[in-house]
Design a protein around this ligand. Structure first.
Ligand SMILES: [Zn+2]
Length: 104
């Protein structure tokens, strides 16, 4: 059984041969690239470098939603504002973001 510090899902096991026997080494897994919160597609326009230097979109919901889903949310928000659609008609995935826009 690995030590508790090696049981995290962000730690990967790597098998290495040293002195003719196989040893398990542990290595921190690569961070995954950011994905859209609604459709799960990979976000465009975000630099691969992590940390403080990571650049993101300055658009509405940039770094959270993809362009398609942002357009969809804005469309639904304008329908709600005009009274063509009720808040209860919106899907659960879009509702949070539409509410954020309406409150703005
Ligand atoms: Zn999306």
């Amino acid at each position: 059984m690995p030590k508790p510090m090696h049981r995290s899902t962000s730690i990967k096991e790597v098998q290495r041969v040293t002195n003719k026997r196989t040893v398990t080494h542990y290595r921190r897994a690569k961070a995954s690239s950011p994905h859209c919160a609604i459709c799960g597609n990979e976000l465009n326009g975000i630099s691969q470098k992590g940390g403080k230097t990571r650049r993101t979109n300055s658009r509405l919901f940039g770094g959270v939603l993809c362009a398609k889903c942002t357009a969809e949310v804005i469309k639904i928000e304008s329908r709600v504002e005009n009274g063509d659609m009720k808040l209860s008609d919106i899907g659960i995935k879009h509702r949070n973001y539409v509410l954020q826009l309406v409150a703005h």
